[in-house]
Design a protein around this ligand. Structure first.
Ligand code: SF4
Ligand code: SF4
Length: 453
């Protein structure tokens, strides 16, 4: 079944109010609240590399009242990590201001930054027909939603998790799709609401009531926008049901809680239970749980202000010392492992010794795209007989920069190549299994060969 995406007005928009005035009203409200409540005590500034660059939330709010364009673009340097509001004794919520400023920048047409193209293209692949898959068996009320990065970097783990959870929940379904949090964080609110809303409506129409996620960012999106769907992490399921084989490890680790999970005490506890059950001792960092730090990836800040992303990582490394850092976000692992031994909790549970030694079986880009396609095919085979769909409507398309004439030239080259292979009787190499085996035989060069093919 294909649902047509309609860009409906967000529910929050009241009658007689355009999206533009709605965003500005939200923005004016938060500007006024920060100006009234922030005492400029400096507690948040001391913890935040972004505020150290731009000043206290009150100073920023006062300077933004005129809505100057430079100020709107600077909001993209905030990680949206929420540490400021976690430490503020007066209940001020600066990260909400920076999200509103981003939305304002989009509405005014000044947010089309070239630095964001990579992130948006990544999201667009996730929601595309090629990469998406909904596999919903009869009687399914719960689906496993691994998320783009976890599925790409750990496709074997996705299959292992699906198999284990299937024993607990026999009618478990699987969804490969993107929750579109990149668009949410980049202020593309109407697009985000349309795309996420379509996914949510489709799942509900199929009778799904619970979504099990592996990615904290997906968790945050489903939690905030997914009601009445329930969302849980696979870490809570494993901590309760002991569904995975037991591992017996020795040593001391510390835990990095992803910033989007700072208020999720139950998930934090589940992850610690799993680490403890694996036989490891946990030493907490000062910035853990509600006071956790950004890994450098939050809010897409790494693409516009890589030096700020680096500073967040440096701070995290100083707190971690020489201890291995266990976390439960594939994106955080990708960021942190640049400067420390960062381990995903699933790598630890599936092959603990290799993970602790820094040898976890993790795919790196561009292999991740290849892995996601193979994962989709494997799941499609596992779910023969289930109701399947691919996403076919992605709404408005950001410009890809790939012009029609380039497509034409590429199509012509491919056509000549295919006819050429037929002419010399080598067309059997175009059969899928033979092609896959041939590409894999190139080892480290496989992704390059795959892209060329
Ligand atoms: S959300 Fe994070 S990066 Fe942004 S101002 Fe607050 S503490 Fe700083
Ligand atoms: S901690 Fe709160 S009151 Fe203090 S400067 Fe930050 S936002 Fe203002």
């Amino acid at each position: 079944m294909t649902l047509k995406i309609k860009f409906r007005r967000p529910k929050e928009i009241k009658e007689g109010c355009t999206p533009e005035t709605w965003a500005r009203r939200e923005l004016q409200e938060i500007l006024r609240a920060i100006e009234a409540d922030c005492t400029e005590c400096g507690l948040c500034v001391k913890r935040c590399v972004f505020l150290q660059r731009y000043g206290t939330p009150k100073a920023i709010a006062s300077s933004r009242h005129g809505g100057n364009i430079r100020g709107l673009v600077e909001a993209f340097e905030c990680s949206l990590c929420g540490l400021c509001q976690a430490v503020c004794p007066f209940g001020v919520r600066p990260s909400e201001l920076f999200l509103e400023l981003r939305r304002e920048a989009v509405l005014r047409g000044v947010a089309n930054l070239p630095e964001h193209r990579g992130l948006l293209a990544y999201e667009r692949k996730g929601t595309s027909r090629r990469y998406s898959l909904y596999a919903i068996p009869d009687g399914c009320t719960t689906v496993f939603f691994p998320g783009c990065t976890f599925a790409g970097t750990r496709s074997e783990a996705v299959l292992a998790i699906q198999q284990h959870v299937h024993r607990i929940i026999p009618n478990l379904g699987v969804v490969l799709d993107c929750c579109t949090k990149p668009s949410h964080d980049l202020g593309r609110h109407a697009y985000f609401l349309a795309m996420f809303g379509e996914m949510k409506n489709y799942l509900m129409a199929q009778g799904v009531s619970t979504v099990l996620v592996a990615c904290p960012n997906c968790y945050k999106v489903f939690r905030r926008y997914g009601a009445p769907l329930q969302v849980r992490t696979i870490y809570e399921v494993f901590a309760e049901d002991r569904a995975l084989p037991q591992v017996h490890l020795k040593g001391t680790v510390t835990i990095h809680d992803p910033c989007v999970m700072r208020d999720e005490a139950a998930v934090q506890k589940a992850v610690r239970t799993l680490v403890d059950t694996a036989g490891l001792e946990v030493e907490e960092m000062p910035g853990s749980r509600q006071r956790t730090l950004c890994c450098g990836e939050g809010g897409g800040v790494g693409s516009v202000a890589p030096e700020l992303a680096r500073q967040w990582r440096v701070e995290r490394r100083e707190q971690a010392g020489k201890r291995p850092v266990v976390t439960y976000c594939a994106g955080c692992v990708g960021q942190l492992r640049r400067t420390m031994n960062a381990i995903h909790i699933m790598d630890l549970l599936l092959d603990g010794d290799a993970a602790l030694a820094g040898r976890a079986r993790v795919s790196r880009s561009p292999f991740t795209y290849w892995k996601r396609l193979r994962l989709k095919e494997t799941l499609r085979r596992r779910y023969t007989g289930a109701h399947l769909r691919e996403r076919t409507d992605q709404g408005e398309a950001p410009k890809s920069g790939f012009s029609w004439w380039k497509s034409l030239v590429l199509a012509a080259v491919l056509t000549v190549a295919v006819f050429g292979l037929h002419a010399v009787e080598l067309s059997r190499y175009l059969e899928r299994d033979i092609l896959e085996a041939w590409i894999e035989s190139y080892g480290a060069l496989a992704p390059l060969i795959y892209m060329l093919v």
